[in-house]
Design a protein around this ligand. Structure first.
Ligand SMILES: Cc1ncc(C[n+]2csc(CCOP(=O)(O)OP(=O)(O)O)c2C)c(N)n1
Length: 442
């Protein structure tokens, strides 16, 4: 591992990790078509597999589901299908809602891209982890379009897009990234703790696999109180290997909780392809024995995600229990931070665990461009309306950054406020209560 200017060179680190632990290499292969509509939902979308996995071993634990040369990578069709059940369901929403989806997808993309440029540019002294959701926006927005404002979501480390899709405030989010007192967590939480209970957002979460019981708990509360609310647990393909996943989804099935387990399968763990650690080719295969509805959808198609979620939400509100949805998607940037990223350039290039060609394929299936094309071709919106949304959103993002820059850093003395269940505690009270000698008085 090398260090440059006191910072870890992430690319070098990934290379070390790759050579030490990874037993598979992902490379492009010939097209093999696979029917992804094997779920209970019927044919929601189609897609093609265009990549292969070459395994140096049979996978962890002698995994028999993966063979060298297997085709595994889903590549969506270039366009969202204009007809079919999913497209018709989305097209049936009021225009106002269709435009709101477009606005929030754009807000998510533009806000994160602007933050990326600021991190990479280095002038604003931003630091801390920042996991971008760029490329995955159709999942958050497809899910949220099927929820009510008072439904709950439990997010992940890669959750800015979930928050924005649920109506999170761009100014407060930006201020939190700048660690300013006007931020969601008053400047003490950073990216991975942003929470907004007024919108049912139970928080982003740095603990991989923490969303399951947060969502199941909220769903249990809704069931007991008879409110008809539902809760959604977002999680990645890596997080699906948490024992809490199996425990939570099984218990939720036992109690018929109104909860949706929404997997964002981007095929990448931190720095290795999913095939090296995942025993099955679909995450949804893990839990099929539970006999709850499972959906596998093109996660870059907002109509497919919406349609699956709407069915799962109706199922949950009818008291029938949980569903599992797997959205196949891709993140454009590195796991966290911006290795391989440049100011003004989309995506991270030259990373050791994926090919640039693969990234280009996915960018050509940009979920926002696909949705825009679909709206225009179906004449559900005019180009001028969408252009106005894009311009207004860009202005809102710039205003959020200005707001964050102009806000003050929190007073260090306030650091221990709100940390105790008994109410606000000052630093002096904390040290007195705990018997610890205060660093300032020591
Ligand atoms: C309990 C726990 N274990 C490990 C980590 C370190 N970690 C952070 S993100 C990550 C990978 C998560 O992969 P995935 O769930 O597929 O989500 P993605 O990053 O692909 O969106 C890991 C292992 C963590 N934050 N928490």
């Amino acid at each position: 591992m090398s260090e440059q200017s006191g910072r870890i060179d992430r690319r070098a680190l990934l290379k070390v990790m790759g050579s030490a632990g990874a037993s598979a290499v992902v490379f492009s292969g010939c097209g093999v078509s696979v029917d992804t509509a094997h779920a209970d939902s019927g044919a929601l979308t189609g897609g093609r597999w265009e990549k292969s996995v070459r395994l140096a071993t049979a996978g962890p634990g002698g995994n028999r589901n993966w063979q060298p040369g297997d085709a595994v990578k889903f590549l969506p069709p270039e366009k969202i299908p204009s007809g079919g059940r999913a497209a018709n369901m989305l097209a049936g929403l009021p225009k106002e809602k269709l435009l709101l989806i477009y606005q929030r997808m754009n807000a998510s993309r533009k806000w994160e891209t602007a933050m990326k440029d600021l991190f990479v540019g280095g002038k604003d002294s931003l630091y801390g982890a920042f996991h971008t959701y760029v490329g995955e926006e159709a999942i958050a927005n497809g899910v949220m379009a099927a929820l009510n404002d008072d439904d709950y979501i439990a997010s992940t480390h890669r959750g800015h897009g979930h928050l924005i899709a649920k109506g999170g405030d761009l100014n407060k989010m930006a201020a939190e990234i700048f660690f300013k007192e006007t931020g969601y967590n008053k400047g003490y939480g950073g990216s991975m703790h942003i929470t907004d209970m007024s919108r049912g957002i139970m928080g982003m979460n740095g603990i991989v696999g923490a969303s399951y019981y947060l969502a199941a708990g909220a769903a249990m509360r809704a069931l007991v109180r008879g409110t008809k609310q539902v809760a959604v647990a977002f999680f990645g393909d890596g997080a699906a290997n948490s024992p809490y996943y199996f425990s939570a989804i099984r218990s939720s099935t036992n109690y018929k909780l109104p909860v949706l387990f929404v997997n964002e399968n981007n095929f990448q763990y931190m720095g290795v392809p999913m095939a090296t650690v995942c025993p099955t080719k679909y995450i949804s295969e893990y839990t099929k024995g539970l006999d709850i509805p499972h959906y596998v959808v093109d996660g870059n198609d907002v109509s497919a995600v919406y349609a699956a979620t709407k069915e799962a939400v109706d199922w949950a509100r009818a008291g029938k229990g949980p569903s599992m949805i797997e959205g196949i998607t891709y993140r454009w940037y590195d796991h966290s931070g911006f290795a391989g990223g440049k100011v003004g350039v989309d995506a991270a290039w030259g990373l050791p665990y994926r090919s640039d060609e693969e990234v280009r394929h996915w960018i050509s299936r940009d979920p926002i461009v696909r949705y825009k094309t679909w709206l225009l071709e179906k004449e559900l919106a005019r180009a001028s309306e969408l252009a106005k949304i894009e311009a207004d959103t860009q202005r809102a993002v710039e205003a959020a950054i200005a707001f964050a820059r102009e806000s003050k850093h929190p007073d260090p003395k306030a650091g221990l406020l709100n940390t105790h269940a008994g109410g606000p505690v000052t630093a002096t009270q904390f040290f007195n209560r705990s018997g610890i000698v205060s660093p300032t008085s020591a």
